[in-house]
Design a protein around this ligand. Structure first.
Ligand SMILES: [Zn+2]
Length: 358
């Protein structure tokens, strides 16, 4: 045994004295990956929940002030959280209405893009103030306005740090979903197409980040009929989902799914629609391509915080068109990939519940 142990020891010390080119310099650090056991560390404590959410809302108010946005982004919305970020911030979402037609709206996946964040919060407050937009209309809306709070609010005690695209652990959350092409393509795409740009790092493993898990759990739990994620600054609407990039005539259901993006465009001063392909590990790939949930990316034109009001005026009617658009029936009849990523065992940590709402 000692004959084997010695060369191994020798090899280890050689590595220490001649460091090899380890990815991101953290080759010996524990690699973060979320499994059922580790998920426990990210469960948001419902008992402490109200004060934690209130605290983050105050922190958000400070951050919004800096960009000359409204002082109270959270308003009187009944925010909930089932998970928390690496810095312990609640991953908040809110639900409106109890109908069948479910829309999931996501903001702040890439917080350095700035403009989507106040738009998503504003839409939540609008729904809070105007229940006539969904009540008795069979509409159900779930909004997670700030998927990546650590990227927006940065490290505690450093309020002047600029928001980042990535999360606390340096992962691009829109490249971290466990899509079937993640292993063969995500790292390759990052190395070749992005020259290992740190802001586009897809993670060491797919689904390694709690904010990715958060989005997947929202999809699993609420089974949305359509998803819209707001980004910037590419300046277009992109559709991923049934009927996307197919070289054949569309079925009625696919055509109906694709028409959703035209409806949003028409309601938003004929905003440009671009058929953009999806990336390994992206939401559009995961939800739209692989699970046939119509998934739209709204790319606002700029990340300039002062543009917020004009974007709100332009896209508010489009967001209202989105939640009204009837797709539940069409989707139910065509099925799609209903496979849930997480088992019920994992999901018990993330129930529809009012216990942690304020
Ligand atoms: Zn983005």
């Amino acid at each position: 045994m000692s004959q084997i142990a010695l060369p191994l020891k020798a090899q280890a010390s050689t590595l220490e004295s001649n460091p090899v080119d380890l990815p991101l310099g953290i080759g010996f650090a524990p690699i973060p990956i979320i499994n059922a056991r580790q998920l426990k560390n990210f469960i948001f404590d419902a008992q402490a929940g109200k004060s934690e959410i209130t605290r983050m809302c105050a922190e958000l108010g400070e951050a919004f002030k800096r960009f000359r946005w409204e002082k109270d982004p959270c308003g009187s919305v009944a925010w909930k959280a089932g998970l928390k970020s690496n810095d312990g911030r609640p991953l908040i979402y809110a639900e409106f209405g109890a109908g069948e037609e479910t829309t999931l709206l996501l903001g702040g996946v890439h917080p350095d893009e700035l403009t989507p964040i106040p738009i998503a919060f504003r839409f939540a407050r609008l729904l809070q103030e105007k229940p006539e937009l969904y009540e008795k209309l069979g509409i159900h809306v779930v909004i997670a306005p700030l998927v990546n709070p650590d990227g927006f609010l940065r490290i505690k005690g450093n309020p002047n740090a600029m928001p980042t695209r990535t999360n606390r652990l340096g992962v691009d959350l829109n490249r971290n979903f466990f899509t079937t092409d993640w292993y063969p393509r995500a790292k390759h795409w990052w190395e070749e197409r992005r020259q290992k740009s740190l802001s586009h790092f897809p993670g060491h493993f797919p689904n390694s980040e709690i904010e990715t898990v958060f989005q997947i759990q929202l999809i699993d739990e609420f089974d949305p009929d359509k998803i819209l994620s707001i980004h910037a600054p590419l300046g277009f609407l992109d559709y991923d989902g049934p009927g996307d990039q197919l070289p054949r005539a569309l079925t009625n259901s696919e055509a109906k799914a694709k028409k959703l993006v035209r409806d949003i465009s028409e309601s938003s001063r004929n905003y440009r629609i671009v058929d953009y392909s999806f990336y390994p590990g992206s939401l559009g790939n995961y939800a739209g391509n692989e699970r046939s949930i119509p998934t739209i990316t709204l790319e606002l034109e700029t990340t300039k915080p002062e543009k917020m009001d004009s974007y709100w005026n332009q896209f508010r009617p489009g967001l209202e068109a989105l939640i009204r658009y009837p797709f539940h029936e069409a989707r139910t009849t065509t099925g799609g990939n209903a496979t849930r990523f997480y088992s019920d065992h994992d999901k018990r940590n993330f129930k529809r519940s009012d216990s942690s709402s304020i």
